[in-house]
Write a protein that binds this ligand. Structure first.
Ligand SMILES: C[S@@+](CC[C@H](N)C(=O)[O-])C[C@H]1O[C@@H](n2cnc3c(N)ncnc32)[C@H](O)[C@@H]1O
Length: 277
């Protein structure tokens, strides 16, 4: 294997060795949460589920070249946007919440990086935003809510000491994180379908998904249902998934001492290629 970039490689700036490493099916990470290497984790952790910019950077390095252009319709406190800056790419982020936008600005100031374009808006109307039409995107990289996972009412079981408590992202009815499962999938598919209109042909859509616990009514494998829904979009090709194993997640004795309830210390990274309409 050579260390030089193959001239046929128009996707990224990686050589064969770095390309091969990027293809591992499980990305297992333990990023620092203190000090300069944490990339202002103390500010970003005010969001209920910030994505590590280091993880987003790895995906950005695979799916774009230097100076590539990235869209995140669910930007939060800017995991994708921070990574874009660190990797010398440009980005547009959208989020409903002005509070998360303010935290993102503070993170940029602390890290000494220029902020990317951050639009406080409802992603359901993203095509109305002039900034998304300025230049075609090479990559849509996003970490949407996972149906009503963060907003579910606290049951007696969940109130027990030591159990993680869900926090909604926002209280807005426009927040996809406040929608029931099947409605959530419909709305998310519609948003991503409209975002594809500003993605260049052969660009990629990379979406994080976390499964919910099964219920008697449904398996709740959100990642699988999302693949089924997104495969309905003409021109969008499902390429496969990687698993993000987050070593920072604590284990809880769910179900003890009666029955099996999985701790979910991983998320799915769903990868699609846009062939164009
Ligand atoms: C999982 S979080 C994203 C976290 C982000 N990756 C980060 O690093 O901070 C999902 C985000 O989607 C936002 N959101 C939910 N519904 C939205 C909508 N209709 N339009 C725009 N943003 C929305 C929430 O405010 C929340 O910040």
């Amino acid at each position: 294997m050579t260390n030089e970039r193959d001239p046929r490689n128009r996707l990224n700036d990686l050589d064969a060795r770095a390309w091969t490493y990027a293809l591992r099916s499980v990305i297992s990470t333990a990023y620092p949460t203190r000090g300069a290497a944490s990339l202002a984790h103390h500010l970003r952790r005010k969001h209920p589920s910030p994505k590590p910019p280091q993880l987003m950077a790895e995906l950005i390095r695979f799916f774009t070249r230097r100076h590539g252009h990235i869209l995140d319709p669910f930007a939060g406190v800017g995991g994708t946007l921070i990574a874009s800056s660190l990797e010398e790419r440009t980005a547009v982020g959208i989020d409903l919440s002005p509070e998360y936008a303010t935290i993102y600005q503070a993170v940029c100031a602390e890290l000494g990086i220029p902020p990317q374009t951050y639009l406080v808006a409802d992603a359901r109307h993203l095509l109305d935003l002039p900034a998304v039409h300025e230049r075609p995107f090479d990559l849509i990289l996003t970490d949407p809510p996972y149906a009503a996972m963060m907003a579910r009412p606290k049951t007696g079981e969940r109130r027990k000491r030591g159990r993680p408590q869900p926090t909604p992202f926002t209280t807005s009815p426009a927040d996809l994180g406040n929608l029931p499962y099947h409605e959530f999938i419909r709305e998310l598919s519609a948003i991503l379908s409209s975002a594809l209109q500003v993605l260049r042909p052969d660009g990629h859509l990379v979406v994080f998904a976390k499964d919910l616990q099964p219920t008697p009514e449904h398996h709740n494998m959100l990642h699988a249902d999302l693949v089924v829904a997104l495969r309905q979009i003409p021109g969008l090709e499902y390429r496969g998934y990687q698993i993000w194993h987050d070593q920072s997640q604590r284990l809880y004795p769910f179900g003890y001492p009666y029955t099996f309830v999985a701790n979910q210390i991983h998320q799915f990274i769903l990868i699609f290629r846009w062939r164009g309409e």
